[in-house]
Every structure is written in C-alpha cells, then in structure tokens.
Design a protein around this ligand. Structure first.
Ligand code: ADP
Length: 256
C-alpha cells in the first residue's frame, strides 16, 4: 500500500534497497502533502478578492449601492490583486521548471544597471509614500552570472516589500557591491521589522507574518518564495537581518 514502510532487517543488498524505497516513499508523501497544502492556500488566496468583488457587484445589481467612483475603485483594486496573484503564480511556476544553470550558460548581468533601473521605477512610489530611497552603487561593474530579468525581479520583489512595510518618514537603501570577490545586492529598510522566529518562514509560499495586516498591503504572499527560487537558479543565497520596529535588510549574495 502507498506510504507503507518496508521492514528493514539485515545489512544485505535487499535491506539497503528497502531503506532506499522507504526514504523515497517518505519524500513522495511529503511532496504530496506540500502540493495539497499549496492547492488549498491557492484556492483561499484566489477566493478572497473574488468574494469581495462578488459582494460589491451584487450590491450594485440589487440597487443597494450606487456604483460611485470610490466603490468602483475598490472593485478595481480587487481585480488588480487577483491579477497580481495570477502573475506571481505564473512567475513561480516558470522559475520552478527552469533548470538551474551555471556560469558558461548564464549571461553576465551588471547589478549596477539593474539597481539603477529599479530605483527609477520605485522613486515615484516612495515619494508618494513619504519614504527616502537611496542607491549605493559601485564604481566598477558588479557582474553576476544570472539572467538580468531574474535579478530585476528579485530586486523588484525586495523593494516592493521594503516599501509596503516601511511607514511614512522612513528610508530604504539599495546597495550593490562585492565582498571578498562575491557580488551582492542588498535592500535595507527602516520599517516594521520581522520577528526572529518568523525569519525562516517568510520564504515559504503564501506565508505572511501578520495575516490580516499583510494581506491588506496587497501582497500575494509569494514574493519571497519567488526571490528564493530565482536566487537559487543562479547559485546564490539570500540572508535576512531584521529587528522588530527597526527594520530589515535582505542581502542576496552570489558566488565569486
Ligand atoms: P507578501 O506578498 O505578503 O509581501 P512575501 O513572500 O513577499 O509576501 O513576504 C512574506 C511576508 O514576509 C510578508 O507578508 C511580511 O510579513 C514579511 N516581510 C517581507 N519583507 C518584509 C520587510 N521588508 N519588512 C517586514 N516584513 C517583511
């Protein structure tokens, strides 16, 4: 039966084969469990904006509400949330099926360029949110063996979070450089911070520290899962340092 453990008695080849089969069976069970949870979370996430949208439109239809600009805008926001979620799921799927590659098969991307374009994109949003945005680039090019589009997405997601979780009057610093020959990219914010016990969880798919508050910020709960996967694809790693009430720093580092 599926999930049964084969008893391992001796130390001969057959026992070793049985151990391997037991291990594989456990792994498959874990994967299956993960898949089921993901489907459940996805269903839940998709339902939330749809429920709001449905009740708004029902109220217009029943004549209980006048579809004024404000109410229509709130419908638009729910549609945007839905779209953002679908885009994130697609991005994650593409990143999931993309094979991990190593330097000769990857283009060289200058982190300075990626950071400069991202800053331009985020400047208006930060200005509107009353956040000071600073870029510290390196004089020399800082090249990593990674798809430019992936690096842009990584930085975009980190910046998006930094803006969402930093209150008015705060600041964000994006830094590009290399340490011991290893290229890095960091996003530091003076925002709400993340409790130490949550740091390991935040990269999980659909995980949010504060379920109700974080949902209101409009995130899909997939941003950091995408970051993690894209960083892994180019052989890098991501580190977080954070203090509640003081801010967070996300650093992505690549091999030499
Ligand atoms: P979301 O779409 O909700 O932002 P993410 O996967 O990007 O999802 O992040 C997961 C959770 O990690 C967020 O909901 C938030 O609780 C926490 N988080 C991520 N970045 C930051 C940050 N810069 N400051 C504080 N909390 C953060």
């Amino acid at each position: 039966k599926w999930g049964t453990t084969i008893p391992v008695e001796g130390h001969d080849e057959l026992s070793s084969l049985a151990s391997t089969l037991n291990f594989l069976s456990q792994q498959l069970q874990k994967q299956e469990e993960l898949r089921k949870n993901l489907m459940q979370d996805l269903g839940h996430e998709l339902r939330t904006p749809l429920t709001t949208l449905r009740s708004h439109i029902q109220a217009f239809y029943d004549g209980l509400w006048e579809p004024n600009r404000e109410r229509l805008y709130s419908c638009l926001e729910e549609i945007q949330r839905f779209e953002a979620l679908v885009t994130s799921v697609e991005t994650l799927y593409e990143a999931d099926i993309a094979p991990a590659a190593s330097p000769p098969d990857l283009p060289l991307t200058d982190l300075n360029h990626v950071a400069q374009s991202a800053i331009q994109l985020f400047e208006p949003r930060c200005a509107e949110a009353g956040i000071r945005l600073e870029l510290r680039t390196s004089d020399a090019p800082v090249r990593v063996a990674a798809q430019a589009q992936h690096v842009s997405q990584i930085l975009w997601n980190l910046l998006d979070n930094a803006v969402k979780f930093t209150p008015h009057g705060g600041n964000i610093v994006v830094e590009v450089g290399s340490q011991d020959g290893k290229p890095f990219l960091s996003v530091k914010d003076s925002g709400v911070g993340i409790p130490e016990t949550e740091i390991d969880n935040i990269f999980e798919r659909f995980y949010r520290v504060d379920k109700s508050r974080d949902r209101k910020t409009g995130g899909s709960g997939l941003g950091l899962a995408i970051v993690k996967r894209l960083v892994e694809l180019s052989g890098g790693s991501v580190q977080v340092k954070s203090r509640v009430g003081q801010g967070s720093t996300f650093t992505v580092m690549w091999p030499k």
